[in-house]
Write a protein that binds this ligand. Structure first.
Ligand SMILES: [Cu+2]
Length: 102
């Protein structure tokens, strides 16, 4: 049985989703408030990565490593700012997470 305290602590807006399909991140530009966990889901039958920075110049904030079809990887963004990212294996694949003040 759910108590009212449990209900009030459940925050459905704490996560945001990015799908990876046909060698692209969707949405390519995602804006979220600080404290949001972003979940990437790979819908391609090939490995991709979600790597902070720009191709050839990783930023070092996050790097998923390679993950494949049906797998998910998530990262919680706690600091406002702009976080570009790319796939290490397919450098035409780029995206941005824009984190605003909560
Ligand atoms: Cu890739």
């Amino acid at each position: 049985m759910l108590s009212s305290a449990m209900l009030s602590s459940a925050r459905a807006d704490d996560t945001a989703e990015v799908s990876i399909k046909l060698f692209s991140f969707n949405p390519k530009v995602l804006e979220v408030p600080a404290g949001t966990t972003v979940v990437w889901t790979n819908g391609d039958a090939i490995e991709h990565s979600v790597t902070n920075g720009v191709p050839g110049k990783p930023g070092g904030v996050f790097d998923s490593g390679f993950f494949t079809e049906g797998q998910k990887w998530s990262f919680e963004f706690t600091e406002p700012g702009e976080y570009p990212y790319f796939c290490r294996r397919h450098e035409s694949m780029t995206g941005v997470v824009k984190v605003t003040a909560p």
